[in-house]
Write a new protein. Structure first.
Length: 302
């Protein structure tokens, strides 16, 4: 694996660190509520085609207002993976926040619901974020399974995730928020991550059994871990609330330079009457990154 292969996820991890608020006693600073208490209506346009497409914020160096304007010109309807203090910029530009973070801390990926020692912190973060998300019209909040810990095998980790998420799921449902647990690869980018297989994530989602706890199915990560992407999506779509894209190998453009047929994948997702977002999350390789973004958008416009 080359250094460039590691850039996207390491950059995302670095952003989490640089943007981190001063750590509280529990290791995470709660987000500060906005003074604006009036609920915002999140844009709900689908754009061209049958899929709502967004772009992960970390993939672009452009200032957020400029990013929104340029993405709208292409046809995108949302921006993905944003902190609460960024949400209003996106919604004020007539776009949706397709996925929000519940906290700013540099161990966000590693600290998950698989370990009961994390539950109090994670639940507090989410409880703080849910009313902010509701007011801002943000309907998806990301959370993690976490890295493996000694003495916590997969079955125990599943049980722990179910126990912790079941405590916060009713509050999420009450406020119309979906908690999305991200599936990541442990082979290349996130060594030690426990939620690295679709079956693991589905077992958790089934155990919680709430329409407000679903999987963030990252196509890039699951291609690395298990492949058979279209069949897996078709078999498990009821447990999937969000998608991420990225070219394999290297997490670059989703074009003919990589091994996945994203046009076919997008068609399969749209044919399932999927109503959520598909968010592009890759490191653009072209000199003008917006050419990469526009090409990805065209590929998934089905």
């Amino acid at each position: 694996m080359t250094t460039s292969d590691r850039i996207p996820d390491s950059r995302r991890r670095t952003m989490l660190g640089h943007l981190a608020a001063t750590a509280a006693a529990l290791g995470a600073a709660p987000l500060i509520a906005s003074a604006d208490t009036a609920p915002r209506k999140s844009p709900n346009k689908t754009g061209p085609g049958r899929l709502k497409q967004s772009l992960s914020r970390w993939t672009s160096k452009a200032p957020l207002p400029e990013l929104c304007k340029r993405l709208k010109t292409i046809g995108f309807v949302g921006v993905d993976l944003l902190y609460a203090d960024e949400w209003s910029v996106v919604t004020d530009n007539g776009m949706a926040v397709s996925m929000g973070y519940p906290a700013k801390r540099d161990n966000f990926i590693e600290m998950g619901f698989n370990d009961p020692a994390n539950h109090a912190t994670l639940i507090k973060e989410i409880e703080t974020t849910i009313p902010l998300a509701k007011r801002a019209g943000v309907t998806n909040v990301i959370t993690m399974f976490g890295n493996r810990k000694a003495g916590i095998d997969d079955q125990r980790a599943i049980d722990n995730c179910v126990a912790g998420l079941s405590k916060i799921a009713p509050y999420a449902a009450e406020n119309g928020i979906t908690l999305c647990l991200e599936l990541l690869n442990s082979k290349v980018d996130h060594h030690g991550y426990q939620g690295d297989r679709t079956a693991f994530g589905v077992a958790v989602a089934k155990g919680v059994n709430s329409p407000n706890v679903k999987l963030l199915y990252d196509i890039y990560h699951m291609q690395i871990m298990e492949g058979d992407v279209i069949r897996t999506i078709r078999d498990n779509i009821q447990w999937i609330g969000h998608f991420h894209t990225g070219g394999v190998p290297g997490r670059h453009d989703i074009d003919g330079s990589q091994e996945l047929n994203y046009r076919a994948i997008a068609m399969a997702i749209a044919d399932l009457n999927y109503q959520g977002f598909i968010a592009h999350e890759f490191m653009p390789s072209r000199p003008d990154p917006f050419e990469s973004f526009a090409d990805a958008f065209r590929t998934c416009t089905v």
